[in-house]
Design a protein around this ligand. Structure first.
Ligand SMILES: [Zn+2]
Length: 465
């Protein structure tokens, strides 16, 4: 080997070695923190010591290694990272020529999409209409190129043109499930316009493929909703799915629906925030502009929610009244499901108009409390229960030794006031500590970028819309 070549080799390899050394992070110890573990007994562990090494919680109340970086947890509260069980994510797809404006071809920067989750302690998301670009996005998170939540992905199957894959016969339904499985999706979402036989075939095939099913109750079941509750229909994606099925909005009817779910082992994601937000959008668009986190949403979506807001455009006194009824019935359903002991999980439908990723989960948790859950139950619905439904409760959802370090450090106790989930002092994403100062910086940088982009990303100028 000549000298020049060996010198080159050294130069090339040095940064790699340096990188390898610094990529083994120091252990971190949180001292004197109050842990709300979200385990079955969920006994608060006061003034505890938590050691995090790599991406795992390695010990609770055991001596910390002397090399550990110390975080003072005095007066603070530690909860598991939050899980949003109903989101519609964006990714860095290119809309290309559909834009009239030069330079606005990139839909969404992947880190910009994820930053609102980081800022709000949402460490796992369930995308209910995932697409191929979300796999690339997930890989970037896994490789540590960007910071973001764990992603569970459902392939959506619909009965007519619109969202997702289309299946109109049982054999097409089965094939759609098998293809989704082969492509790497973990879950199936069934949608409103599937016919009854196709719906049943999809659910049966998903079970054969080891995939759980979440979704809407297809319109064809109107008047015979019982028929939708076939074995392995695992979760209803919105409380309003029941509202659509009946004119009887009594407590008794809510209890009847709860029993249907209980008997079938079907869980519920109420997505209360959607109907609350729609109520506001019917009245005025100011509510959207003022919604927490709005300025951190992708500019194209900010623009779309304002310039082509379907709720605001189609508002009428009848629609407002109808939505109020739906909101009331949603609350009745949550109470009935709680009484019937049907698991309820927190989900937001983030990505639909006015619902900002990450921020909205804190609204949903508070609405669940307003509807009758205790703060503890609402927190369980956004931590342990979703982890259980997703089949990863051995890895996340509680604070225990050996679990992944997905954690949120709070300045105040969320068990006494659910609004304290918003008082975030820092977050751990897969063992990576992001303190408050970093969160503030990430958000202010994002806001700056969004302000520049907003002028270019005018949804109303899109040629295909
Ligand atoms: Zn949805």
């Amino acid at each position: 080997m000549n000298r020049l070549f060996s010198l080159l080799l050294l130069i090339v390899s040095l940064p790699v070695i340096a990188q390898a050394q610094s990529s083994v992070p120091k252990p971190i110890v949180i001292k004197n923190v109050n842990i709300i573990p979200m385990t079955l007994d969920n006994k608060v562990i006061e003034n505890a010591t938590v050691v995090i090494e790599g991406n795992k919680i390695v010990s609770i109340n055991k001596p910390a290694p002397s090399s550990a970086k110390v975080i003072d947890g005095k007066g603070k509260w530690l909860i598991p990272g939050l899980i949003d069980m109903h989101i519609h994510g964006l990714a860095d797809i290119d809309f290309g020529k559909k834009y009239p404006t030069k330079g606005a071809t990139l839909f969404a920067d992947n880190q910009d999409v994820m930053t609102p989750y980081v800022a709000t302690g949402v460490t796992t998301i369930f995308d209910l209409n995932a697409r191929v670009e979300n796999f690339g996005q997930r890989n970037e998170i896994i490789k540590g190129k960007i910071i973001g939540p764990r992603m569970a992905m459902a392939a959506l199957i619909e009965g007519e043109d619109g969202n997702g894959r289309i299946a109109t016969t049982p054999s097409d339904g089965r094939q759609s499930v098998r293809m989704a499985k082969a492509e790497g999706y973990e879950f199936i979402k069934v949608y409103s316009r599937l016919n009854i036989e196709t719906y049943k075939a999809i659910i049966d095939e998903a079970f054969l493929q080891g995939m759980k099913v979440i979704g809407h109750i297809p319109n064809d079941f109107e008047g015979k909703v019982e028929g939708a509750f076939v074995p392995h229909f695992d979760m209803v994606a919105h409380a309003e799915e029941f509202f659509k099925q009946t004119d009887d909005l009594s407590e008794k009817k809510a209890q009847y629906f709860a029993k249907l779910c209980k008997d079938n082992g079907t869980w519920l994601t109420p997505t209360l925030i959607v109907n609350e937000s729609i109520a506001e959008q019917y009245r005025s668009l100011d509510s959207i502009r003022n919604v927490e986190g709005f300025k951190y949403a992708i500019p194209l979506m900010q623009n779309k929610w304002i310039t082509s807001n379907q709720y605001n455009k189609a508002s009428s006194p009848q629609k407002i009244a109808g939505n109020e009824k739906r909101i009331e019935f949603n609350k009745r359903l949550v109470k009935a499901f709680k009484e019937a002991d049907v698991p309820i999980v927190a989900g937001t439908d983030a990505g639909t108009s006015g619902i900002v990723w990450g921020f909205s989960l804190h609204d949903e948790i508070a609405l669940l409390v307003e509807a009758g859950l205790t703060p503890e139950e609402a927190l369980i619905s956004a931590t342990r229960l979703p982890a259980t439904w997703l089949g990863i409760a051995d890895k996340i959802g509680t604070i225990e030794e050996g679990k992944f370090a997905d954690l949120v450090l709070l300045d105040a106790n969320p068990l006494t006031d659910i609004y304290n989930t918003r008082k975030i002092a820092g977050v751990f994403f897969n063992g990576r500590w992001i303190d408050k100062a970093t969160i503030i910086k990430m958000l202010s940088d994002l806001e700056k970028r969004n302000t520049i982009k907003t002028e270019k990303d005018d949804w109303s100028k899109r040629k295909d819309y």
